[in-house]
Write a protein that binds this ligand. Structure first.
Ligand SMILES: Cc1ncc(COP(=O)(O)O)c(C=O)c1O
Length: 386
């Protein structure tokens, strides 16, 4: 990769001097993992920043998904979910020995289409596992109503939804449990990391046991839990990064504004999800975090490069951008249901998932992060428009 490559994302890094001071403190405490000082501080700080009461730190964003199903006592049955996500969403169902049932997505948002959920419910359905794709909230009210009507649990994969608010409150307040990823590629990162948000002290205690092998106290194991603790170094790093969270989101917004202004009327390009089009001009029911900047390319988009016929207009643009040192990401492509472990489920057919298929075949996420300069953004736009 050349030095002037514009990457699709770039990690938010804390100031090295400040991090070093914290490391010195950790060294002097001689307590480097197992719910230490900085672990406690970060849980408190995140609860406040995100506006939630009960949050548990995890070592990544996949284990809280797996643990959420266990904490809710879901041991058998079917879980309704989306094919349009990172594969970890379905893996969490698989690791619990449950059956994923895939439901198509809303063409305007990429989130699970609530109008199609009820048709997928059977006597074996136990839960719904939607994803707030790109950080845009699902139709949480419709999903809540369906869950109540059918007595189902709801776990939101909110890996992308750090800091997102819906109608003035954290979107993490919806559902029985929400999970976050603090992976290096995310709006807020702890290198690797994640968290689980729940709504009662009892549930948080249960989850804290589950992430520590099931230990309730020194001599009692209450469940076959896993080891998913966040260590002190990453907790301290997270505390420092949290201080720059608002500034990072503001910088992302500035990038989005430039993309929207330049791309909103380009033939063959649809800004997606629809909120991107509205975010900058209309008051929204939610505060977005600008986690990604996805666009959809259809075949009326003028073809880039010299591989016409061999590639779709989307793939040609993707390859052309690469040739100009701009790395987009076809996210989410392929669909989860294209992968070997999931492709043979009855709900994995293209006929059942036609919207997801179409979007996966057209999407490119443009470079989006806090450190992009106006010049970088212009170079990305030149690849697309010139
Ligand atoms: C939607 C979604 N769910 C789950 C995960 C898994 O998170 P992690 O990589 O922190 O385990 C990711 C990470 O990319 C994700 O995007």
């Amino acid at each position: 990769m050349s030095n002037n490559t514009i990457t699709v994302t770039s990690p938010l890094l804390p100031d090295l001097g400040e991090f070093n001071t914290m490391l010195q403190d950790i060294w002097s405490r001689k307590w480097i993992t197992n719910m230490g000082h900085y672990h406690e501080e970060l849980e408190k700080a995140l609860a406040e920043y995100l506006g939630v009461e009960y949050i548990s730190l995890f070592t990544n964003g996949t284990l809280p998904l797996i643990t959420a199903l266990q904490a809710l006592g879901i041991t058998k049955g079917e879980v309704i979910t989306t094919p349009y996500s990172f594969v970890a969403t379905s893996h969490a169902i698989w690791w619990n020995g449950l059956k994923p049932v895939f439901v198509d997505i809303d063409p305007n948002t990429g989130n699970i289409d609530p109008t199609k959920i009820e048709a997928a419910i059977t006597p074996n359905t136990v839960a719904i596992l939607p994803v707030h794709v790109y950080g845009c909230p699902c139709d949480v009210e419709a999903i809540d109503a369906i869950a109540k009507r059918h007595n189902l649990k709801v776990i939101y994969d909110a890996a992308h939804a750090f800091g997102v608010k819906y109608k003035g409150k954290s979107v993490l307040e919806w559902g029985d449990i929400s999970t976050l990823s603090f992976h290096a590629t995310k709006v807020f990162n702890t290198v690797e990391g994640g968290a689980l948000v729940c709504h009662s002290r009892e549930m948080k205690e249960k989850i804290d046991h589950l992430k520590n092998f099931g230990f309730e106290d020194e001599v009692t194991v209450v469940a076959p839990g896993i080891n998913s603790k966040m260590d002190e170094m990453r907790s301290a790093y997270g505390l420092l990064n949290l201080r720059q969270g608002d500034a990072a989101i503001a910088a992302r917004k500035h990038v989005a504004e430039q993309y929207v202004a330049a791309l909103k009327n380009v033939k063959g390009i649809k800004l997606f999800p629809y909120e991107i089009e509205q975010t900058l001009s209309l008051p929204l029911s939610f505060n977005w975090n600008f986690a990604y900047f996805p666009i959809l390319i259809d075949d009326s988009y003028p073809f880039r490069g010299n591989t016409k016929g061999a590639l779709s207009a989307r793939d040609a643009l993707y390859e052309y951008m690469k040739s100009q040192n701009v790395l987009g990401r076809r996210y989410f492509y392929p669909l989860i249901t294209d992968f070997e472990p999931y492709k043979d489920y009855p709900s994995a057919t293209s006929a059942n998932l036609s919207v997801a298929r179409k979007i996966a075949d057209r999407v490119i996420c443009l470079p989006m992060h806090h450190a992009l300069t106006d010049e970088n953004v212009q170079h990305v736009l030149d690849c697309i428009i010139k």
